[in-house]
Design a protein around this ligand. Structure first.
Ligand code: UTP
Length: 218
């Protein structure tokens, strides 16, 4: 079984990335492993959160609208091998896993991101790793989008990853590689987090325990 946190921005930018949506659906359908994917909100979430914020909504309600965006994105990944309705909780995902080979879900509760959900799902299912698919493809010593000389950090501890987060405020729509809940759950249950880019061949390498491009947090 493979648990994947699929960053929303991978499929939802200014436009929805239909090519990647097709590719990912096919990957799930043909994967010999069972695939459990938690889909993020991406641009759709940020757009709605931004507008609702302008309207004066509180943070809880902003999170709720963000969750709705994750469900909307998740819908696009439903295939013949997955559930037909999006689970609202990890427990509902577990129920779906009794029926379907693959399970697709989005966010659950306010206060964290879909990375946290992926880790809780992994913990509940007894998975020993989560693959976090992001546009950036790993953790770098500097932002690789603005620094050409940014170096990939291949491996880091949970504590090191947590210290990267501590100076960042957790707000709806914030663009950080992982949230604290995800790291805390990973640490307490010893679940590795592989942060990789979108390339499915690279993701298969992680699944097959081969050399991959990205960062592992352990
Ligand atoms: P994401 O998980 O996509 O968060 O959820 P993110 O890190 O901002 O964005 P990407 O997609 O990885 O780039 C979008 C928003 O939905 C709410 C939060 O406000 C989050 O920022 N959310 C999501 C929750 O409140 N709870 C959840 O379980 C999931």
């Amino acid at each position: 079984m493979v648990v994947i946190s699929l960053g929303g921005s991978v499929i939802s930018g200014e436009e929805l990335n239909i090519d990647y949506i097709r590719e990912f659906r096919s990957f799930m359908e043909h994967c010999n492993e069972r695939v459990f994917v938690v889909v993020g909100g991406g641009h759709t979430a940020r757009k709605y959160i931004h507008t609702a914020k302008e309207l004066g909504w509180d943070q809880y309600s902003l999170d709720k609208i963000g969750i709705m965006a994750t469900h909307l994105n998740a819908k696009l990944l439903l295939t013949s091998t997955t559930n037909t309705e999006i689970p609202r909780t990890v427990d509902e995902a577990v129920v779906a896993s009794k029926i379907y080979k693959d399970v697709v879900m989005g966010g659950t509760e306010p206060g964290h991101t879909t990375d946290g959900v992926a880790l809780l799902l992994a913990e509940r299912m007894g998975a020993d790793y989560v693959i976090n698919i992001t546009s950036v493809g790993g953790i770098y010593d500097k932002d690789p989008r603005t620094h050409k000389d940014a170096m990939l950090i291949e491996s880091m501890s949970y504590a090191e990853a947590m210290s990267l987060l501590t100076d960042k405020k957790m707000n709806a729509g914030l663009n950080v590689p992982l949230d604290m809940l995800a790291l805390k759950i990973a640490e307490r249950s010893n679940i590795k987090i592989y942060i990789v880019g979108t390339e499915l061949e690279n993701i298969k390498k992680v699944i097959n325990n081969a050399n991959f491009q990205g960062t592992v947090i352990k």
